[in-house]
Design a protein around this ligand. Structure first.
Ligand code: F6R
Length: 361
């Protein structure tokens, strides 16, 4: 049931504060200030290496999680696209943990990679939305994301729930290893708990995003750029846009533009900059200025209050910490894609050539 919404995708975007709160409710004990995971048949304090494997949007969740796990828990993390993983004859580390991220729990490539890692003796975790799925059955430990059924083919709420669970996992790994103390853990739990309220705040920008989407929906190509943990959000934005609006889009690390893609820029190419005011802000901003100097139409999503000369549009985001920021910036890129698709009149919930669950390799 779509309720008052025009599409399931729109409903699922607006449901995010609720379902992310639900997901976090299963993993956090706010009173104790701790993260609680299901029992694991291996020691969380002694994981030499983590491999994250997934496809599509779930793969971008893995890319974000790499920043959290490496920075908080100081465990080396590899991230792989499932369809590439086993063909490159990966070198496994003994005692390593392989985490498979999949909304459906049935994606053929991800499942095949899971079986490959399992046969090699890795510990297997499945982060899925469907608790009865094949991946959940074959894993040593299941981390459900509790997003509820996702009907729109384009993944939205499953993505932010995956991120919420992965952020919780990163905190748990860090505390198990002694990289953070109990005060720090409680601080992160508090930050995580506050995410749904901030998400609701971001959703209030609905109309502004609709306006921006209208003005870029005639473009043939759109670039999304970001740095650090927001670089995967740029890639997710590009994926969302191309799959439902059929506008060609690419996500790029902002610093990489000058090594090629800047040649594409002219007054017809909108560039969406994901640019929170963090330690990388000045660098991202200077990359965006290079685009404006070449007549690129820059739209910046940022918590920075400063009005930037020559920018086509700026969207004011709430300020957020290391665990919340990427989750919050997922929302405006989803809404931008959604409204661009509505503007173009595409079949938003059932985009052409795509299936909700890809069960062929
Ligand atoms: C994009 C999208 C796909 C899926 C991918 C993996 O919006 O929905 O890219 O993310 O097919 O699916 P799961 O997560 O079910 O393995």
């Amino acid at each position: 049931d779509k309720g008052n919404y025009r599409h399931f995708m729109q409903k699922e975007i607006f449901e995010q504060p609720t379902v992310v709160a639900q997901a976090l409710g299963r993993y956090l004990d706010p009173n104790a200030g701790t993260v609680c995971l299901p029992e694991t048949p291996f020691d969380l304090a002694n994981i030499p290496r983590i491999t994250l494997i997934a496809c599509g949007t779930s793969y971008y969740a893995a890319e974000v999680a790499r920043y959290w796990i490496e920075q908080l828990a100081r465990i080396p993390v590899d991230v792989d696209i499932a369809s590439e993983f086993r063909y490159r004859e990966p070198v496994y580390t003994e005692g390593g943990l392989a985490i498979f991220i999949s909304q459906s729990g049935e994606t053929a490539d991800t499942l095949a990679a899971l079986r490959h890692a399992k046969a090699a003796g890795q510990h297997i975790a499945a982060l899925v939305n469907m608790p009865g799925s094949t991946m959940a059955r074959e894993a040593d430990v299941v981390l459900p994301i509790h997003a509820g059924p996702e009907i729109g083919v384009a993944s939205t709420k499953a993505f932010t729930c995956q991120l919420a669970v992965l952020a919780s996992l990163a905190v748990k790994l860090a505390s198990a290893k002694g990289e953070i103390n109990s005060n720090e853990e409680a601080g992160y739990v508090k930050e995580l708990n506050h995410i749904p309220a901030l998400m609701a705040e971001v959703l209030h920008h609905d109309e502004a995003l609709q306006g921006i989407a209208r003005s870029i929906s005639t473009a043939r190509d759109i670039l999304f750029v970001g740095r650090g943990i927001h670089y995967p959000i740029a890639m997710e934005g590009a994926l969302k846009l191309k799959e439902i609006s059929y506008i060609h889009a690419e996500g790029y690390a902002a610093g990489e533009l000058k090594h090629g893609p800047i040649a594409l820029i002219d007054e017809h190419v909108p560039v969406i900059g994901i640019a929170p005011e963090d330690s990388l802000f000045d660098k991202t901003l200077s990359n965006l200025q290079e685009i404006m100097a070449r007549q690129g139409k820059v739209v910046m999503f940022s918590d920075s209050e400063t009005k930037q000369e020559g920018m086509f549009a700026q969207l004011k985001m709430p300020s957020a910490g290391f665990l919340s920021s990427a989750i919050l910036y997922a929302i405006p890129v989803q809404l931008l894609a959604y409204y661009a698709a509505v503007e173009k009149g595409t079949d938003v919930d059932q985009p052409r050539n795509l299936a909700k669950s890809v069960t062929v390799e």
